[in-house]
Each structure stands twice: as structure tokens, then as C-alpha cells.
Write a protein that binds this ligand. Structure first.
Ligand SMILES: *[C@@H]1O[C@H](CO)[C@@H](O)[C@H](O)[C@H]1NC(C)=O
Ligand SMILES: *[C@@H]1O[C@H](CO)[C@@H](O)[C@H](O)[C@H]1NC(C)=O
Ligand SMILES: *[C@@H]1O[C@H](CO)[C@@H](O)[C@H](O)[C@H]1NC(C)=O
Ligand SMILES: *[C@@H]1O[C@H](CO)[C@@H](O)[C@H](O)[C@H]1NC(C)=O
Ligand SMILES: *[C@@H]1O[C@H](CO)[C@@H](O)[C@H](O)[C@H]1NC(C)=O
Ligand SMILES: *[C@@H]1O[C@H](CO)[C@@H](O)[C@H](O)[C@H]1NC(C)=O
Ligand SMILES: *[C@@H]1O[C@H](CO)[C@@H](O)[C@H](O)[C@H]1NC(C)=O
Length: 774
């Protein structure tokens, strides 16, 4: 008995061991009667996979599927989110079109949106290629019309730069249209532009083209054209690179290859942006030997720059054998390529090539059970969908490509970035610079580097942004150092991310753009705040610039109140600070007498925090100062009113908090008085005959003493408690007079109020005292 069970245990162990041909398996169970089988997939660079399942009418003839869209999102942590798209699309899409996979070219637009493509009609030659944008819960957001006929869609690596649809419409013309997420609303797609690209040589025809993302945020179309040769020395083939800029406004065309040899065919298998070292394209040339009627294929790796100059054209040894068919070529994260071939028994095998096209080892391959596969660049792995025996489940596997790990390098999703500081991504109070080390010599360029705060999971708040050419950027030893403003990481224990545009730096050698870092890839956390309590309010002055001064002078008092309120609303969003901590009523203002232009100063009182997690008024004032001083790199310049503030003045702290202190004193005194009265009455009830009135006499003496002290304190402070600097209000224009009621009138008023306050308190106390005496 025992021996049998041990043997059984060993065999089942062995079975598991033998079955585990791949390093990881992920099985997801489906509702078997639905009859769902794998249809197609899209793989995002962070490892998220979008799978489409379909119910085929006939398993052997896979041209018709049931009219439903079944999506499964496989997240990198292995969770699977099913998405049944309920929105109707024309039924013809599911059957009559020639190649179903041309219909559905679904992909993730960004972390909020999925694009599902289809045809708005039955005939693909006349129907409009259409996009339906849905969110990750399947809600319909938007429809997009791309153009007539089956087009190609190229999504840029950086999801913020969107995607481009294109289609060759006749022998000489390619139609294109370019889309991107709205920069102010990442849940909406806007169309940037559309147009045509024609063969530059009027007597040639376009044989094929390749579309890919270029380094400057736009696209590049590589056009393979063939000429009608009349003279033997005429070129037979010409290849052009057409660069479409980021905003899709201009196209620049360069001739990058030319051959007199009348090849049977010339074709580009792929092109890619090689991150500061130009663009690599794999070119396939086919020749036919007439006698044996055999074709020979040769491969070249063509490298060219954005300026159109070709820096390399190198013969590559992959499958010179005509029978060798290439299944796919994956561009690997660390440079280099994986070329995959079919081999015996439905197996897939492959070889690695270096970035220069040199043989770099064999890949161990997949067995026949993998029906579709793709490269996962975030951990240098390939994933594959296994053959489904039935519709009750599907299984995907992953297999590392090589032994070396790139996970460390993947941290910033950018192979050219080696290291950043702070290395632990924790921001401490004294952080004033961040450094980024690249793997090559770099020069600054016009792209921006921006720091955002994460708000409510999906939201973001811009903290600072400037271009590589700004004074805040210094470069030494392949390392960029960027200045961090005091206001940037102003919330303790919170999450921020840094975004780098393509073109923030260029490679020194070729002056080609280096790819940046997408939003929400490189996160930083602020350390816990251990600051003590902070109870005092603070008052700051901000100054308007010429435009703002002019604008304010044109307002009447009611408009001024609105202006002030709107400005406080803007501050509340920009700093950010709770609106209730900024004044509810318009503050005072006056012209700055020390300023030769007499620009207007505005007073803003910042209240102390009501919750301990909020920042102190001093910190808010310091942040506001940094934000205004660095106005052109912060949100201050993005809002209509705050953009009228003077960056040369910032926000300066004044000692103008006495009124509130006085109010506080009043409350204490009145409260104290009531307390004493209470004691008096209690004492009187208990012992009516005693001289309880002495309690009051004592209190009056004390409070008079305190009030005198306060009076002396405030009078001695008065000079500095006013605006710095302070002069009589200049009566220049009529407008100024109109608004004079809002102006701060200087010393007298304050002194009067002060005295009034003291007299008032004394009077009240005396009166009550007298009343009690009776
Ligand atoms: C499925 O298609 C094959 C090939 O066209 C055909 O022979 C077979 O009858 C079809 N089966 C069904 C159930 O329609
Ligand atoms: C690579 O990432 C995928 C998911 O994106 C995961 O399933 C797989 O286990 C990872 N492989 C390794 C070797 O970490
Ligand atoms: C190709 O299409 C374009 C745009 O519709 C048109 O202007 C051009 O005349 C066409 N060329 C040919 C050869 O049909
Ligand atoms: C090329 O030449 C052939 C035959 O001479 C002609 O029919 C065709 O129209 C020409 N194509 C172009 C684009 O000029
Ligand atoms: C499919 O069936 C074969 C043979 O029974 C089995 O070896 C294989 O593991 C099954 N595949 C899946 C994914 O269940
Ligand atoms: C950089 O930021 C500035 C100001 O926010 C903006 O005007 C400019 O278009 C940005 N440049 C790039 C390349 O995104
Ligand atoms: C750059 O590297 C050189 C040599 O490694 C070193 O001497 C120099 O101090 C470095 N400069 C900076 C700014 O780190």
C-alpha cells in the first residue's frame, strides 16, 4: 500500500515537473457553453495584455464569429479583468470582411482608454474605418472616424503622443490622420490633423511603406518606391523617409536609399527609433535567378538620422535561404532583435541579433502548443497563448528570453537611463536637485521635464515644468541635474511622478532625441513630516505685474471682490491649500511705492491649519513665494489671474496679524470675565454675606494691566505692522479713487481701531462691573 502511494506521489511529481516546460502558467476559466476561443491580442510595454476572445461559428472555418466583443485584460500581476463590450457595431464586421483580424485592431490608448476598431459598413473598400473608445470598465467614451478602407494604425511608444492611422489609397498616395489624448483630459481623443503623402518622384509608384514613431514626438513614413526605368543608369528603387512633426503640421522628406539594380522586390520589415542613435530599419531585398527561377532574400540594416543622413547600411545574415520564412522580429528593450522562425512540428525557434545586426546567440524557442506570442519588454520575457483544447479555459505562459535580468534597468522604462537620484525615490525636506544618469553623452534640448503630484488616483497636479534648455538644468558627465523648487514636493507622505518628454536631452554624437519617461512610471514619495504644531496665521503680500496693475485699476469695488475671490480660488488649486485657509473676503491693496512702476501690492492672509496633517501657514507662504518666483515653470502662469503676478516680487511675509490677536484677546477677556462672574455668583449663593465683589476688583485690575500691556505692545509694533513699505495712497486716476474705499489707509485707522478696541473692552467691563455693583 505504502509503496504504491509513494510511487504514485513520485509519478505525479514527475508529471508536474515534466509539464512545466515554461517558467510561468496563468490559466483563466471561462463559461464553457459560451464557446470562447482566443482571437487576438495586444501587448502594452508595461506587460498588460489585451486579449480578445471570440465564438467561431465553425471551428474549422474561422471567418465568422458571433457578434459580441469579449475582451480580457491581463494585468502584470496576473489578475484578469473580463470586459464584455455591449455597444453595437455593424454585424457585417463579424463575418463578411476578408480578414477578421484586420477589422479588430484593438489596443490600449493609455491607462484610461481602450480603442476598438471596426468598419462602419459591409464593404471594406467603401466603409469607414472607425474607432470606438471605451474606458477600462467598458463604458463608451467616444467614436472616431479614421478614413475609408482598411488602414494601419501605429501607436507611439509614448501614449501621450497618441497614434496615427494610415492607408495607401492608390499607387502614388498614402492618406493619414493623427490622433492623441487631449493634454487637458486624458479620457478624450482629439484629432490633430490629416493629409496625404505622395511619392516624391512623379514617375514612380509606392510599393510599400512602414510607419513608426519618430524621436521628436511625431511619425516617420518610410516609402519604398519603384520607378519606370527608361535608361539603365536610372535608379530602379528609391526609399524616402517622411517625417511628420509632433503636431502633425509639417512633413520633411529625405531620400535614404537608392538602387539601380532592378530587384524583384524590396521591402522594409520593420523600423525602430534607436534612442539617440537614429532609426534602424531592416530592409529585405529579393532577387530572382531566371534560369532556376529561385528567389534569394538578403537583409540590410539601414540606419539614418532625423536630418535624413544615412549613417550605416549593413548586410545582415538572417535566413539567406529563400525557404526560411520569418514569423516575426521583436525589437528588444536593450537594443538588438529577436528573429523568430517556424521550425518542425509547429515549433518556433529564433536567433538574437545585436543592434548592429550581428548574430548574438540562439533563442530556445516555443513548442507547437503556443499559438500566439509577444515580447514583454518590462522583464525581457516572451508570453504565449497555449492551444485551447476546449472553451472552458485559456492559459498563457511566460518564458524569460535570456538569463540576464533587465528589471533593474526597466525601472524608468527607458534603457538609456542608468540611474537617478534620490536613489530610493524618497524625497526628504532638503532635496533641491534630482539627477538622471544616461548611458551616453548628452546635450540639452527643448523637451520638458515635469513633476506632478498624484491626486485622487487618476488626477495629477503640475508642480514644476521646464525645458532642457532652461537655466535650472545642468549637464555634466552624462548626468543631468535638475533644480527642485521649494514648493514642488510640499505635501508630506504623498506620491509624485516625474515625466520627461522625448527631446529633453539629445545624444551628443548625433544630436538625435533621446526618449523620455511617460507619466506614472517614475514615482517619488515624500517623507513623513515631523514638524510640530503651528498655530499662527501669516500675512503675505504679492505684487501684480504691469498687466495685472492695469487690470486691477480698471475694476470697480465689486469687480475687485470677485477678482480677489477668484485669485484665492486659483491659489487654493495651485499651492494646493484648502480654500477656507485663504481669505473669504477681499484683502487690502495699495500701490508699491518702492517700485518705480508703482505696481499694486495685494494682501493675503493665510490661516493656520485646522488639521495636523495640513501644512503650516509659514510653509504655505514659502510655497507661494517659490511658485510665483518660478512662475513660468509652475501653474502660476497657467491660470488667468495668477499669471498677472509679479515673479520678481514673489510673496513676502508681513507682520500684519495683530487684529486677529486682538480678537483672540477679546475672546479671552470676555470669556475670563464670564468665568469670574460665574465664580462670583456661585460664591455669592454659597456665602451671600462675604465680600465677593473683591473678585471683580481684582479681575479689573488684572485686565486693565493686560490691556495696557497689549496697547504698548501693539503701539510699539505698529510701524512695522503696516505694509512694507507704507506711504500715503497716491490719488492719480479716477479709477483709483473709485476703489479707494478698498485701500488701506494707513496708520491712523489702525491706531484708532486699536484704541477703540481697548476703550470698548474697558467700557464693557466697567459697565458690567458697575451693574453688578448695584
Ligand atoms: C465547418 O466548415 C467546414 C469547412 O468549410 C465544413 O466542411 C463543415 O461542414 C462546417 N461545419 C459546420 C458545423 O458548419
Ligand atoms: C514577466 O511579466 C509577466 C507579466 O507581465 C509575468 O507573468 C512573468 O512572471 C514575468 N516574468 C518574470 C521572469 O518575472
Ligand atoms: C490618388 O489619390 C489622390 C487623393 O485622392 C488623388 O489626388 C490622385 O489623383 C490619385 N492618383 C491616382 C494615380 O489615382
Ligand atoms: C510605367 O510604365 C508602364 C509601361 O511603360 C506604364 O503602363 C505605367 O503607367 C507607368 N507607370 C507610371 C507610374 O508612370
Ligand atoms: C490539451 O490536451 C492535451 C492532450 O490531452 C494535453 O496534453 C494538454 O495539456 C491540454 N492542454 C491544455 C491547455 O489543457
Ligand atoms: C514645455 O512646456 C511649455 C510650458 O508649459 C510649453 O509651452 C511647451 O509646449 C512644452 N514643450 C514641449 C516640447 O512639450
Ligand atoms: C566628471 O567625471 C570626472 C572624471 O571621472 C571627475 O573628475 C569630475 O569631477 C566629474 N564631474 C562631476 C561634475 O561630477
Amino acid at each position: 500500500m505504502n509503496i504504491i502511494s509513494i510511487l504514485f506521489a513520485i509519478t505525479s511529481y514527475l508529471m508536474i515537473f515534466c509539464n512545466a516546460q515554461y517558467s510561468t502558467y496563468l490559466t483563466h476559466y471561462e463559461d464553457k457553453p459560451k464557446g470562447l476561443y482566443f482571437f487576438d491580442s495586444f501587448t502594452e510595454k508595461d506587460g498588460t495584455i489585451l486579449i480578445q476572445l471570440a465564438h467561431y461559428y465553425n471551428q474549422t472555418q474561422t471567418t465568422c464569429i458571433l457578434t459580441d466583443i469579449h475582451l480580457r485584460i491581463v494585468f502584470p500581476d496576473g489578475t484578469v479583468k473580463p470586459l464584455e463590450v455591449a455597444h453595437q457595431i455593424p454585424a457585417s464586421n463579424f463575418c463578411s470582411l476578408k480578414n477578421l483580424k484586420d477589422v479588430f485592431k484593438n489596443f490600449f490608448i493609455n491607462e484610461f482608454m481602450i480603442l476598438i476598431t471596426y468598419f462602419d459598413g459591409a464593404d471594406e473598400a467603401t466603409s469607414i474605418h472607425t474607432g470606438m473608445v471605451i474606458d477600462f470598465d467598458g463604458n463608451l467614451l467616444q467614436y472616431l472616424e479614421f478614413g475609408v478602407g482598411i488602414g494601419k494604425i501605429s501607436r507611439r511608444r509614448n501614449s501621450e503622443s497618441g497614434f496615427t492611422w494610415s492607408r495607401q489609397i492608390n499607387e502614388t498616395t498614402i492618406a493619414w490622420s493623427r490622433y492623441k489624448p487631449d493634454p487637458t483630459n486624458p479620457m478624450r481623443i482629439i484629432k490633430l490633423n490629416s493629409g496625404f503623402i505622395t511619392s516624391p518622384n512623379p514617375s514612380s509608384v509606392i510599393k510599400s511603406y512602414k510607419l513608426f514613431g519618430s524621436g521628436n514626438g511625431g511619425n516617420c513614413f518610410v516609402l519604398v518606391t519603384k520607378l519606370n526605368k527608361t535608361i539603365a543608369s536610372d535608379p530602379a528603387w528609391e526609399v524616402y523617409a517622411n517625417f511628420l512633426d509632433e503636431e502633425a503640421q509639417n512633413i520633411f522628406t529625405y531620400l535614404i536609399y537608392q538602387s539601380q539594380v532592378d530587384y524583384f522586390n524590396l521591402n522594409f520589415i520593420f523600423c525602430r527609433n534607436s534612442n539617440g542613435e537614429g532609426y534602424n530599419c531592416l530592409m529585405q531585398v529579393e532577387t530572382i535567378t531566371p534560369i532556376q527561377a529561385t528567389t534569394t532574400k538578403m537583409y540590410y540594416l539601414l540606419t539614418f538620422l532625423t536630418t535624413g543622413s544615412v549613417i550605416n547600411n549593413k548586410k545582415v545574415n538572417i535566413g539567406t535561404d529563400a525557404k526560411t520564412e520569418i514569423l516575426s522580429i521583436s525589437v528588444l528593450f536593450n537594443g538588438g532583435f529577436l528573429v523568430i522562425y517556424p521550425s518542425e512540428n509547429n515549433k518556433k525557434s529564433g536567433i538574437f541579433l545585436s543592434q548592429n545586426g550581428e548574430y548574438d546567440g540562439d533563442w530556445k524557442g516555443f513548442n507547437g502548443d503556443v499559438i500566439q506570442y509577444a515580447y514583454l519588454e518590462h522583464n525581457d520575457t516572451v508570453w504565449g497563448m497555449l492551444y485551447q483544447n476546449d472553451s472552458s479555459s485559456w492559459t498563457i505562459i511566460t518564458e524569460p528570453l535570456r538569463d540576464r535580468s533587465i528589471v533593474e534597468k526597466y525601472k524608468h522604462n527607458n534603457p538609456t537611463i542608468l540611474e537617478t537620484t534620490p536613489t530610493d525615490n524618497v524625497v526628504r525636506n532638503d532635496l533641491d536637485a534630482i539627477t538622471i544618469k544616461y548611458d551616453k553623452a548628452i546635450i540639452p534640448s527643448y523637451g520638458n521635464i515635469s513633476i506632478y503630484q498624484v491626486v485622487d488616483d487618476h488626477g495629477e497636479l503640475l508642480r514644476q515644468t521646464y525645458s532642457g534648455l532652461s537655466n535650472y538644468v545642468t549637464i555634466a558627465n552624462d548626468t543631468v541635474e535638475i533644480k527642485v523648487f521649494k514648493s514642488t514636493f510640499n505635501k508630506p507622505n504623498d506620491i509624485y511622478f516625474i515625466q520627461i518628454n522625448d527631446n529633453f536631452v539629445n545624444s551628443k554624437r548625433y544630436d538625435e532625441a533621446i526618449t523620455g519617461i511617460d507619466k506614472r512610471v517614475w514615482f517619488l514619495n515624500t517623507a513623513m513630516d515631523n514638524s510640530g504644531s503651528c498655530l499662527s496665521p501669516i500675512t503675505v503680500l504679492v505684487r501684480l505685474n504691469a498687466q495685472g496693475t492695469k487690470y486691477l485699476n480698471s475694476l470697480n469695488s465689486k469687480e475687485f471682490d470677485k477678482f480677489y475671490d477668484d485669485l484665492m480660488n486659483e491659489f487654493s488649486k495651485i499651492i494646493p491649500v484648502g480654500r477656507s485657509r485663504l481669505p473669504a473676503d477681499a484683502g487690502k491693496f495699495q500701490n508699491d511705492p518702492y517700485d518705480p512702476n508703482n505696481y499694486i501690492l495685494l494682501q493675503v492672509k493665510i490661516s493656520p491649519p485646522t488639521e495636523t496633517s495640513d501644512s503650516c501657514a509659514e510653509d504655505v507662504a514659502r510655497d507661494l513665494d517659490a511658485l510665483i518666483i518660478n512662475k513660468y515653470s509652475t501653474l502660476i502662469s497657467n491660470y488667468p489671474l495668477s499669471s498677472m503676478l509679479d515673479e520678481n516680487y514673489g510673496a513676502s511675509v508681513t507682520r500684519e496679524g495683530w487684529r486677529d490677536t486682538l480678537k483672540l484677546c477679546l475672546i479671552y477677556v470676555v470669556g475670563g470675565f464670564l468665568f469670574v462672574t460665574g465664580i462670583y455668583w456661585i460664591a455669592r449663593c454659597q456665602n451671600p454675606k462675604a465680600q465677593n465683589v473683591f473678585i471683580f476688583t481684582f479681575v479689573v485690575i488684572i485686565s486693565d494691566f493686560i490691556l495696557d500691556m497689549i496697547f504698548i505692545m501693539y503701539n510699539s509694533q505698529m510701524v512695522s505692522s503696516l505694509f512694507i513699505p507704507r506711504v500715503p495712497f497716491p490719488e492719480t486716476t479716477r479709477n483709483n479713487q473709485e476703489t479707494a474705499e478698498n485701500n488701506y489707509n494707513g496708520e491712523e485707522e489702525v491706531a484708532e481701531n486699536k484704541n477703540l478696541g481697548k476703550k470698548l473692552i474697558n467700557n464693557v467691563i466697567m459697565k458690567m462691573f458697575k451693574n453688578n455693583m448695584r
